[in-house]
Design a protein around this ligand. Structure first.
Ligand code: SF4
Length: 472
């Protein structure tokens, strides 16, 4: 009988991809995926450590499983990903009924570790080396890049896929735990990436999003030749079947001209760039150790708009970072007002033990001030996003249709006509009435309405006029 697996994923696109790969390897080992923990005999959490809240959620979810495990000791419970790497044995201490803890650099071992648990070999812990626990080569080696297997069923749609082009990060922003839990920055060989992209195209995938914590820092050297992200995009651009190429997340300092020119010159490259600024004032940027000033960020933004006119740029911001004054916050608000980002992801600072930020600076901004600044910045951004979307009304855009909209899913629409959702080339969400046959296609849509988050439209009718043949 097939073993039943339930997997819950929190965090970024990297985690979504990791879960896809874990599920692919477990399906190969005879597992089937179920949609509720109660139906499963193996329950895995793929976790995130970027904010305290994300960790708290996992510990509460584990707490809720304690009784299930007491009633059914054969149920296997595992914690994977960043929190596993960060907390390691602490997870067994806080939740002694957990059977396995596996860091993001060891996910290829999950099937084997589950077998060991099932065979009665006790709790299993597999994590990579700490960033100070060896030479760079030894630490790099302990973070295994894990990409060979894909499982289209685990993706939001079969027409879109993430492809990892690098792992780890060497930037060490002071608030961020990623360099510790995801290890040193390592770029994958371009030929491996191309082979994976070709396989995805052969399976019907139309859009590939290249992933890296600092994706534009991608650099792979072999035989005296260096491949940059711009070179990689050129290489992938030729793959038949792939209609769109995107890449996230960019680091401002590494936004080079050759990359912007590739985005401008390669029609399949989406004119969409996510480049987190994080804060406006230079003293906060320096405490965050972001490696650029706000003037340099502005210069980069100007270069983007000059090279790729009409590019959609999005950003991330952290409000309430250590020592952030009202004036500092105003400088951030000003940066948002003038930059006209398509949208911004705004977060309240969450101190992460083990980071430089936690050891050097006091988390001294009260929660209510963080919340107020978060809401204020969000309101500013929403106004900009709405104004940014309005000019699309009356225009025709090309949309990759992803599937039924959330509203259609909620109403259980299963007839031939339903509300569909898709994205433009520059990553704007479009909702329109269509039919299931259109899912996975690139369709022309005329926009009739827009708000801050969504464009609403209708399919452009293709006029196929009567063909007139000469009888002569
Ligand atoms: S660039 Fe900074 S914020 Fe991004 S993953 Fe690396 S350390 Fe974290």
């Amino acid at each position: 009988m097939a073993k039943r697996l339930y997997i819950e994923t929190v965090g970024c696109q990297m985690n979504m991809l990791d879960s896809e790969l874990v599920v692919a390897s477990l399906r190969k080992a005879g597992y089937e995926v179920v949609d509720k923990p109660a139906k499963a005999d193996t329950i895995l959490f793929n976790t995130c450590s970027v904010r305290q809240h994300a960790e708290d959620k996992i510990y509460s979810a584990l707490g809720r499983l304690k009784h299930a495990k007491q009633h059914n000791p054969d149920k296997i419970i595992g914690v994977l990903g960043c929190m596993a790497q960060k907390d390691q044995r602490l997870i067994f201490e806080r939740a002694p009924f957990v059977d396995l803890v596996v860091g993001p650099g060891q996910l290829h071992q999950v099937p084997e570790l589950l077998e060991k648990v099932a065979a009665g070999e006790g709790q299993q812990l597999e994590v990579s080396l700490d960033r100070k626990a060896g030479t760079r080569a030894e630490i790099e080696e302990s973070f295994e890049s894990y990409d060979p297997l894909r499982d289209p069923q685990m993706r939001p749609t079969p027409y879109q896929a993430f492809v990892r082009i690098m792992i780890g990060c060497d930037k060490f922003c002071t608030y961020c735990i990623v360099p510790s839990v995801r290890g040193p920055e390592q770029s994958r060989p371009p030929e491996h990436i191309e082979a994976e992209a070709r396989q995805l195209a052969a399976e019907g995938c139309r859009e590939i999003t290249l992933l890296g914590q600092t994706v534009n820092s991608y650099k792979h050297g072999a035989n005296g030749h260096t491949t940059r992200l711009s070179d990689l995009l050129c290489r992938l651009h030729d793959i038949e079947g792939i209609a769109r190429l995107k890449f996230v997340t960019n680091f401002p300092k590494d936004m080079t001209d050759d990359l912007l020119e590739a985005v401008r010159d390669l029609p399949k490259c989406s004119p969409y760039l996510h480049v987190p600024a994080q804060s406006g004032p230079n003293d906060v940027l320096a405490r965050m150790k972001r490696g650029y000033t706000v003037e340099e960020y502005r210069e980069m933004l100007a270069r983007i708009y000059a090279t790729v006119p009409g590019a959609a740029v999005t950003s991330d911001f952290i409000v309430g970072f250590c020592g952030e004054t009202d004036e500092d916050f105003e400088a951030t608000a000003q940066l948002v007002r003038e930059s006209r980002f398509k949208n911004s992801f705004i977060f309240k600072y969450s101190e992460r033990p083990g980071t430089k930020g936690a050891s050097l600076y006091a988390d001294d901004i009260p929660e209510d001030v963080k919340r107020r600044r978060n809401n204020e910045l969000l309101a500013i951004q929403n106004e900009i996003s709405e104004a940014d979307n309005q000019p699309f009304v009356g225009r025709e855009v090309e949309v990759l249709v992803e599937g039924p909209s959330k509203a259609s899913q909620k109403h259980g629409d299963d007839g031939p006509v339903l509300q569909l959702v898709g994205r433009t080339h520059c990553d704007r969400i479009v909702v329109f009435t269509g039919n299931r046959r259109q899912i996975g296609q690139l369709l022309p849509i005329t926009i009739v309405e827009a708000n801050a988050f969504t464009l609403f439209g209708s399919v452009v009718t293709q006029h196929a006029g009567p063909e007139v043949y000469s009888l002569g």
